[in-house]
Design a binder for this molecule. Structure first.
Ligand SMILES: Nc1nc2c(ncn2[C@@H]2O[C@H](COP(=O)(O)OP(=O)(O)O)[C@@H](O)[C@H]2O)c(=O)[nH]1
Ligand SMILES: [Mg+2]
Length: 256
């Protein structure tokens, strides 16, 4: 039997008021990915999620916490997580929501699919995937935003808006994150768009998305409209700009 270590995986969880969810979620991640490190990105949650995360980190060497001052949105929290993963030299980065909508039981299948892909999506919209207890309005909204993003950004995947994904960091290191336009939920579509432009291979693994166990959703109409705007602007950019990677920026600026 080979004793080669597998790729070093960082699992990130962005949190805002997820106190009840965090301990069972961490336990479940350890169960399904015992070798992975976990990073919590907390935005000063008023319910004390950040302090709870610090307590967990004291007794768990696989656990890290990033504190940010005040609620700055899921998009920038995800960017902070990828920045951390790149700076700390991990091989793969997997993000999931804190509320058990993204159950850690799918992590092994997602990691297995990384064998033939650079980005693996935990997908609601491939056979075997789905959502539980979603009303018509929520299903229609999700369908609309996915169709919109897929079409405008020419994304070769079915689930473009979920954050349950694993990325090969060597590919993300090629991206120039200073070019990112999105700060809100559209960071998720923008990551796929920029990965497509550098030729990443995508795969989707079915997940069943269940509604959160505790607490409340933080998404609102303001976030949705901001996402629609950013996706339209990226679509325009894709027609005009060749600047996606650090290398292409250097070329454009005449740096060798
Ligand atoms: N750090 C951070 N996490 C956030 C913020 N907004 C949402 N989250 C987290 O992002 C994940 C998805 O948020 P959620 O409200 O469940 O969105 P929904 O599933 O689309 O309804 C959860 O883990 C939230 O705690 C934020 O401003 N900062
Ligand atoms: Mg949620």
């Amino acid at each position: 039997m080979s004793s080669e270590p597998g790729p070093q995986l960082l699992v990130s969880i962005c949190t805002y008021n997820e106190r009840e969810n965090l301990p069972p979620l961490v336990e479940s991640i350890h169960e399904h990915a015992p070798d992975a490190h976990i990073l919590v990105v907390d935005d000063g949650s008023p319910d004390g999620t950040g302090e709870l995360a610090d307590q967990l980190a004291e007794s768990d060497p696989r656990f890290r916490v990033l504190h940010r001052a005040g609620k700055q949105g899921l998009g920038t929290a995800i960017l902070a997580a990828v920045n951390y993963a790149i700076e700390h030299h991990y091989d793969q980065w997997l993000n999931l929501d804190a509320d058990f909508s993204h159950h850690p039981k799918y992590i092994p299948a997602i990691r297995a699919a990384m064998g033939h892909a650079d980005v693996v999506i935990g997908s609601r919209y491939v056979p075997g995937g789905g959502t539980v207890d979603w009303g018509f309005k929520r299903r229609a909204m999700s369908w609309a935003i996915n169709t919109y993003a897929r079409t405008l950004l020419r994304l070769p995947v079915r689930d473009t808006s979920g954050s349950y994904r694993c990325y090969r960091l060597d590919r993300l290191r090629e991206l120039d994150f200073s070019l990112f336009k999105a700060r809100g939920y559209a960071v998720l579509e923008e990551l796929l768009y920029r990965c497509r432009r550098i030729g990443c291979r995508f795969a989707e693994v079915p997940i069943v998305f269940e509604d959160r166990r505790y607490g409340q959703s933080k998404i609102n109409y303001g976030e949705v409209f901001a996402a629609l705007r950013v996706i339209a602007s990226l679509s325009l950019e894709s027609l005009t700009s060749k600047r996606v990677t650090k290398a292409s920026v250097s070329e454009a600026e005449g740096v060798s």
